[in-house]
Design a protein around this ligand. Structure first.
Ligand code: ADP
Ligand code: MG
Length: 722
């Protein structure tokens, strides 16, 4: 057997080889993790309470309390009047001023200094400091430097030797999330006091993984984050901590996914895929004769993926992502019909009544001649009809049902539910999932196809939905017309824009005018839309029939406006962003958006999706600054997934629409998209680990299992077969 030579040891997170002398002088570490469980003692009742509020109960908690950022510590000579800064100094003399008058705050004054100079530090309301900080004490002070060489102290703590540099040069000091009663500076002092315990921090990663990823050990990574040295070490340390977070999250997701595969069974819907033949009669007839159009390539692939999923006894858990209009409903209906042709039932759940009604209508349109009778069950279904539907679901007479999440209520019984489609799954939690599982026949759970119209960049999908399989519908159905998008900034461009709109209107097309988003007030927004409507009606578009639509209108008036536009009785619809949902007018070929830069990328993309639906080419005119990165992205890209990625790059995960609802912004250190590549690597390792050792029973995974429990609680490691 050939073995690769061991690479020579290198310094922390660098390729620099260590010499023999350095290696021999390195301190030997004897980690004793139990020391980390020792309670953290904090001086003073108030500080103790504050520590508890920050979750700092043990030494280990303290060492895991990571700095938010670093502050440059200043030397005394560098301080500029008015600035807030951190300094590391020594006390030369200290005294308290007696409090003579009422209302005067006790004051302690100290002369402090470093190699660069001296200054007067003032502490309020803490007369005991005279005893606590005798001359010679080294302190970290945070506060404001004021005129006449005074430093008004806001945070202070004693610190050890070797802090601050002898020549008074600046150094970086960790800055911690703090709270009333326990300042960042005090936390820093605590961390310094317990720095020795850093060597007790266990290494959760298997050695092989750590070597392959060239990651520093966890103790080292924590050390540099508390005591920042040079930039590249800090970065390597941050990467390591981020990797741990991402890896643990992926292990949890993959275990959850595996657990569902291992511990639940779904009906096997493999008729027509195996040698047995048959069992495909309905879908074959539907695809061959009833569906009024050929499938897109993406739809074909999605159907194949669904087919493979439901042909197995382990339940499908697939997320189908595609923008509005990408043809998800076709895929959903296919999955449902596969259930029906196997003698089972299918259920289609939407988050709102309106969406349920829309899906129901789409399904009816996709199945001309009612190949399979389907029912619609929502909150407004009359009692008699509801009772009838429930009876038929329970008897199995009704094979297809569309409804809201009310379909998983206790009172709804299915005879043989095999496939469920869940639209917009972020409103569908663990409890709903369990309720849905309980609807399956004879101890089996239904196959589930989740759908979302929010384009989620792959990295976020992995972070948030790593327990699902993904299918993307990127390609829009044939017949979709390209949309030319332009950013208009100047008056000339505006004039030209109205020319183009009039051209389209004269050619018999229709146009949307979208008014600016006024997020503070719907009333203001309505007023702005009304003003623009009046202006256009008398001005640029006076030769045409213009109607108004905004959220403050009575619902009758809204419906009338929508109907007029839909029927072609109106040429132009002036609207607020309410048109984002629910209007389908294939004859509309122009959209003008005022103050477009007030909208987010995804919102503009959704808005734009209202045009380009007919047989004519379309035009989108975005009014706003040419330099806007968002507007430029819209002008350059039509693909919602690409735009979502750009949005993520521009804004970071915390700000991305949908991310919060999806519960994806969950990390302390890791940041997406910055750590996207790290996430992919963590995912790969998590797959290998869970694949080889799902219960994390191997000795090399013992500490990883501990970390998992420490982060996610005992359930994270609950045995998969309950
Ligand atoms: P989604 O659910 O993703 O919003 P739908 O399935 O409702 O999309 O489809 C949107 C519209 O496109 C529907 O009117 C549907 O009939 C039509 N459509 C779907 N797939 C195709 C296709 N392959 N070719 C042409 N039209 C399609
Ligand atoms: Mg749809």
């Amino acid at each position: 057997m050939i073995r690769a030579a061991m690479p020579p040891p290198t310094a922390f997170a660098t390729p620099d080889e260590l010499g023999r002398a350095e290696l021999e002088s390195a301190p030997v570490r004897y980690p004793r993790p139990s020391r980390l469980a020792a309670p953290l003692r904090v001086e003073g009742a108030k500080a103790e309470q504050a520590a508890r509020a920050l979750g700092l109960e043990t030494i280990g908690d303290l060492l895991e309390h990571l700095p938010r950022d670093r502050r440059e510590a200043r030397s005394v000579a560098e301080l500029v009047a008015g600035e807030t800064a951190t300094v590391v100094v020594e006390v030369r003399s200290i005294s308290s001023r007696s409090v003579r008058r009422r209302g005067m705050r006790p004051l302690v004054e100290a002369t402090v200094g470093d190699a660069s100079g001296l200054m007067k530090a003032t502490f309020f309301n803490q007369p005991w400091l005279v005893q606590r900080y005798p001359p010679g004490t080294r302190l970290v002070l945070h506060g404001k430097y004021e005129a006449r060489n005074r430093f008004r102290v806001q945070g202070h703590a004693r610190t050890g030797e070797g802090v601050g540099t002898a020549d008074g040069a600046a150094e970086a000091v960790a800055h911690y999330p703090a709270t009333e009663g326990l300042s960042s500076t005090q936390i820093l002092a605590l961390v310094r006091a317990h720095a020795g315990a850093l060597s007790d921090v266990p290494e959760p990663l298997p050695a092989g993984l750590r070597v392959r990823e060239a990651l520093p050990d966890r103790a080292g990574a924590l050390t540099v984050s508390h005591f920042p040295a040079d930039e590249s070490d800090v970065d390597a340390g941050r990467r390591r901590l981020a990797f741990d977070e991402l890896l643990l999250a992926q292990v949890v997701l993959l275990r959850r996914r595996r657990s569902r595969h291992e511990s639940t069974r779904a009906p096997v819907l493999d008729g027509g895929t195996g040698a047995a033949g048959g069992g495909r009669e309905l879908t074959a007839r539907w695809l061959g004769g009833m569906l009024p159009f050929p499938l897109t390539g993406d739809q074909e692939r999605a159907l194949a993926a669904v087919d493979a999923d439901i042909a197995r006894a382990r339940p499908m858990q697939r997320l189908l992502m595609g923008e509005v209009g990408s043809g998800k409903t076709v895929v959903a209906l296919y999955a449902l019909l596969r259930a029906v042709e196997h003698g089972y039932q299918g259920a289609f759940m939407a988050p709102t009544e309106t969406l349920a009604e829309q899906h129901f209508a789409t399904i009816q349109a996709l199945m001309p001649g009612e190949a399979v009778p389907a029912g619609l069950l929502t909150g407004s279904t009359p009692a008699g009809r509801r009772a009838d539907l429930l009876g038929k679901l329970a008897s199995g007479e009704l094979a297809l049902i569309v409804g809201t999440h009310a379909l998983i209520e206790e009172s709804v019984r299915f005879a043989r539910l095999a496939v469920a489609v869940v639209d917009e799954q972020h409103r569908f939690g663990v409890r709903q999932r369990a309720a849905l599982d309980a609807k399956g026949p004879d101890g089996l759970v239904p196959h589930v196809l989740h759908m979302t119209a929010t384009p989620i960049p792959r990295t976020l999908a992995l972070a948030g939905y790593g327990d699902l399989d993904f299918t993307l519908l990127r390609e829009l159905p044939r017949g979709r017309q390209p949309i030319d998008t332009f950013v208009c900034s100047t008056e000339r461009e505006r004039a030209r824009a109205y020319d183009r709109i009039r051209e389209e209107l004269r050619a018999g097309r229709q146009a949307f005018v979208v008014c600016p988003l006024v997020s503070e007030s719907e009333v203001l927004q309505a007023r702005a839309a009304t003003a623009e409507f009046e202006r256009l009606r008398e001005g640029e578009l006076r030769d045409f029939r213009v109607v108004l639509l905004h959220g403050q209108m009575a619902s009758g008036a809204k419906q009338a406006a929508m109907a007029a536009f839909a029927s072609g009785a109106a040429d132009v619809l002036v609207a607020t962003s309410v048109i984002e949902v629910g209007i389908d007018v294939p004859n509309a070929t122009v959209m003008l958006v005022e103050d477009a830069d007030r909208y987010g990328i995804s919102q503009l993309h959704q808005l734009r999706g209202r045009i380009g639906r007919g047989s004519h080419a379309s035009l989108c005119l975005l009014f706003g600054p040419k330099e806007s990165a968002r507007l430029r992205a819209l002008a350059a890209h039509a693909d919602g997934f690409r735009l979502a990625e750009i949005d993520l790059e521009l804004r970071g995960e915390g700000e991305l629409v949908g991310v919060r609802q999806h519960g994806m912004a969950q990390f302390r250190v890791a940041e997406l998209p910055r750590d996207a590549e790290l996430l992919e690597r963590a995912r790969g390792h998590a797959e290998r680990i869970v694949g080889a050792d799902p219960e994390l029973e191997l000795p090399e995974h013992a500490l990883l299992a501990d970390a998992l429990v420490a982060t996610y609680g005992d359930e994270a490691l609950a045995p998969m077969r309950a």
